[in-house]
Design a protein around this ligand. Structure first.
Ligand code: BDR
Ligand code: CA
Length: 299
């Protein structure tokens, strides 16, 4: 099994990604750490607990992380994700209280578990991960890999001309993570915009008896409501889980990246030279969607 911690700011697509990981037999979710991003930390932390309660997995700990980016004020995306962050979809209340201090918890976990055995799946701004690298470098070095949704490489951004939300929300954190010597795989808009749900997919999910599939149907349906007149919606964060489970669906290349800290914050530049994170630049979108639907409806 892939032993993972999910670092997240749920968020509609975060919620679908978490439900996918819980449904797939390939993942062992060791904990969910939360970060402010789509909404404030209290909301994203509560939502993580609500998602686990819906999936009957309140045994998995939720640990609250950074309330603000390293050096900036956050954004608010309530118009996309709904005031409560989950598109107004009905979720149960958390069954267990969240713990505090995600960064210290992550460091403790990485020290305790065998080196190279735990991956971090990062679905929000990279604040917690940057803090882990800066404050606990020895523990951070024991991580197997960090797979992060964020950035736009050859595509236009969704926040600025070339900047994507997770990078723009905390560009200083993105800079620390993307220039660190750790094994990082970045999943940018270049691929996440190609994994798109249609209303037909929503209908298939809704037909399943599984709570995670039904909730995903309602979440994606709500995501459609925030943007009238489009035929499909991109499933950004689930691409992280899809890449972890089925790397053959993606083509990745190592790219040394710079992060714009000024004019278009979070915009990525490709720097000449060797090394740098693996960046997913191509995806077989239809196959990725089939896997997502299979896991949610039968997993
Ligand atoms: C990213 O921004 C958030 O709103 C989504 O959850 C995703 O992580 C896409 O740019
Ligand atoms: Ca997210």
């Amino acid at each position: 099994a892939l032993r993972v911690v999910i670092d997240t700011d749920p968020g509609i697509d975060d919620a679908v990604a978490i439900l996918f990981a819980l449904a797939s037999p390939r993942f062992e979710v060791l904990g969910i750490t939360t970060v402010a991003g789509n909404l404030g930390i209290d909301v994203t932390t509560r939502n993580a607990g609500r998602i686990l309660a819906l999936a009957g997995r309140s045994d998995i700990p939720v640990i609250a992380g950074a309330a603000t980016p390293l050096a900036r004020r956050g954004f608010d995306t309530a118009e996309i994700h709904g005031a409560g962050g989950l598109g107004g979809v009905d979720f149960p209340e958390p069954q267990a209280a969240a713990q505090g201090d995600a960064v210290a918890w992550l460091a403790g976990l990485l020290q305790r578990e065998p080196a190279g055995s735990v991956e971090i799946l990062a679905l929000g701004p990279l604040t917690n991960i940057a803090r882990l690298i800066a404050d606990y470098p020895g523990a951070a070095a024991r991580v197997r890999r960090i797979i992060a949704m964020g950035g736009a490489v050859e595509e236009p951004g969704n926040i600025g001309p070339r900047s994507e939300f997770n990078m723009a929300a905390d560009p200083e954190a993105a800079q620390i993570v993307l220039t660190s010597p750790l094994a990082v795989t970045l999943v940018p808009l270049d691929v996440t915009r190609r994994v798109r749900a249609t209303l037909d997919h929503v209908a298939r999910l809704a037909q399943s008896a599984r709570p995670g599939a039904q909730a995903s149907a309602a979440l994606i349906q709500a995501y459609f409501q925030s943007t009238e007149g489009r035929e499909s919606r991109p499933l950004h964060d689930p691409c992280v889980m899809l890449l972890a489970e089925a790397p053959e669906l993606f083509d990745c290349s190592p790219l040394r990246l710079s992060v714009d800290l000024r004019d278009d914050p979070g915009a990525l530049g490709v720097v000449a030279g060797e090394g740098g994170p693996q960046v997913a630049l191509q995806v077989r979108g239809a196959d990725a969607l089939s896997l997502l639907l299979d896991r949610l409806t039968t997993g």
